[in-house]
Design a protein around this ligand. Structure first.
Ligand SMILES: N[C@@H](CCC(=O)N[C@@H](CS)C(=O)NCC(=O)O)C(=O)O
Length: 211
């Protein structure tokens, strides 16, 4: 049984999407970020960086596996099941490239844009310009990749798509104004959003946790 520690955010939903895709049995432990539950002693012991998502995978006759950081969790679950990550060769490393690109670039830059352009009361024009420009650059990189490939890592849907989808989907809703029509000029990105978003497991995973 896998216990998923999560909240209603893009990083948490990457993991619920993959668990739904895999059809694995899992329990959800909501960590209410609004109530600062990420700093509880219990959760700190599981996720020392005090961020969701995290998992505990318990199986009979072995010590539980405890993992934080969405990229590590996606890789673990893909390897455990033998799905959505090729075992070797170019396809594996293409998926790893785009997975790391998401966790090191797309996620943090969208997160900063959200903070400065949407959530912050004080508006810093320099910070907003800096993160808008960088997000626009990253979405253009994605558009280019998806113009010549069905999915981020090539012709197969992989954990790289699962990592990017909740972030890009949220950006189309929350950063529409900040990004000023950027999605309208990216047909390949729109096609990918539709294809991935229509998968039944993605729909179910995006609805976790139920609040
Ligand atoms: N690099 C981490 C980022 C995780 C992350 O930023 N999680 C956010 C929610 S989307 C969080 O827990 N924020 C709580 C906080 O910053 O206190 C990952 O990919 O798992």
């Amino acid at each position: 049984m896998i216990n998923l520690y999560t909240w209603a955010t893009p990083n948490g939903r990457k993991i619920s999407i993959l668990l739904e895709e895999l059809g694995l049995d899992y329990a959800v432990s909501p960590v209410d970020l609004g109530k600062l539950e990420q700093f509880s002693a219990h959760f700190s012991a599981i996720s020392p960086n005090n961020k969701i998502p995290a998992i505990i995978d318990t199986e009979p006759d072995r010590d539980p596996v405890v993992i934080f950081e969405s990229g590590a969790i996606l890789t673990y679950l893909a390897e455990k099941s033998g799905q959505f990550l090729a075992p070797h060769g170019q396809a594996r490393y293409s998926a790893m490239e785009w997975l790391h690109w998401q966790t090191s670039a797309l996620g943090p830059m969208l997160g900063q844009l959200g903070f400065f352009a949407v959530r912050s009361q004080e508006k810093s024009p320099l910070a907003i310009a800096r993160f808008t420009e960088e997000v626009e650059r990253l979405l253009t990189v994605m558009e280019k990749q998806l113009t010549s490939n069905a999915y981020l890592a090539g012709e197969e849907y992989s954990i790289a798509d699962i990592a990017c989808y909740p972030w890009v989907q949220a950006a189309t809703v929350y950063f529409k104004e900040a990004l000023n029509g950027s999605f309208d000029t990216k047909p390949a990105l729109q096609r990918w959003l539709k294809t991935v978003g229509e998968r039944p497991a993605v729909k179910r995973g995006m609805a976790v946790p139920t609040l």
